[in-house]
Design a protein around this ligand. Structure first.
Ligand SMILES: C[S@@+](CC[C@H](N)C(=O)[O-])C[C@H]1O[C@@H](n2cnc3c(N)ncnc32)[C@H](O)[C@@H]1O
Length: 218
């Protein structure tokens, strides 16, 4: 359900910029995170705060930090979460930087789509930590979810899965032409299933690959 348009501009807007995520996608993402009580979780994209409340139920409110770039949404969510009895830490800021102050985390769940995983997220997880993040249509038109695991050598790697269709992070929006280019590139590659793609993130940057990390495509 859309809860904000046009980044909160006061005129009548048309472009959704915040929403409460579809319940079946949220349920799948929470399941994929394999959360247990006591796990420390960072959510990027607080929105309404509803997902942060679910995270608090599963791991304990004291273990949940959530970052929202839009100050009015962050304030609203902070109050709603407090009123509902979930005193999670709501941070107003750019979630692309994570939130170093409460690291290390066991899990990072991102509820807005990216075309790049910032290394800050990897650094803020311990070895064995998981990042679950939806992708914008930069290599496959389905906007799939990526599940990355952090290794002891400080590299994060994982494959893409089901389509998620999240709105993009504010710094990660693509122009229509870039989306059309994605369709063209994907068709030229023979329209591979999203699950054949994977991503590796190191301190030097990220690589998207097809079938195996030694076959980078982006
Ligand atoms: C689909 S909504 C999140 C839904 C939310 N998890 C919930 O339970 O309601 C995506 C949110 O990400 C926020 N967002 C966009 N770019 C961001 C950024 N760079 N850092 C943090 N939040 C961001 C948007 O303002 C929006 O509220």
């Amino acid at each position: 359900m859309v809860t904000q348009v046009d980044d909160g501009a006061t005129e009548r807007g048309v472009w959704p910029t915040s929403s409460s995520s579809a319940p079946h996608i949220m349920a799948k993402m929470l399941d994929a995170l394999a959360l247990r009580p006591g796990m420390r979780v960072l959510e990027v994209g607080t929105g309404t705060g509803y997902n942060a409340a679910l995270l608090a139920e599963l791991t304990g409110a004291e273990n949940v930090t959530t970052v929202e770039v839009d100050p009015s949404l962050a304030d609203h969510a902070r109050r709603a979460l407090e009123d509902a009895g979930y005193p999670v830490t709501v941070v107003t800021g750019d979630g692309m930087r994570g939130y170093r102050h409460n690291a290390p985390y066991d899990r990072i769940i991102v509820t807005a789509a990216v075309r790049e995983v910032p290394y800050a997220w990897v650094e803020q997880l311990g070895a064995g930590g998981l990042i679950l993040v939806p992708w914008v249509a930069s290599f496959h038109p389905d906007e799939p979810l990526a599940a990355l695991e952090v290794r002891a050598d400080g590299t994060a790697e994982g494959r893409f899965g089901a389509p998620a269709w999240f709105m993009p992070m504010r710094s990660q929006r693509l122009q229509q032409q870039a989306i059309r280019d994605t369709e063209t590139r994907w068709a030229a590659a023979g329209k591979p299933e999203a699950s054949r793609y994977g991503v590796t993130v190191t301190a030097d940057g990220q690589r998207i690959w097809l079938d195996s990390p030694d076959n980078p495509v982006m």
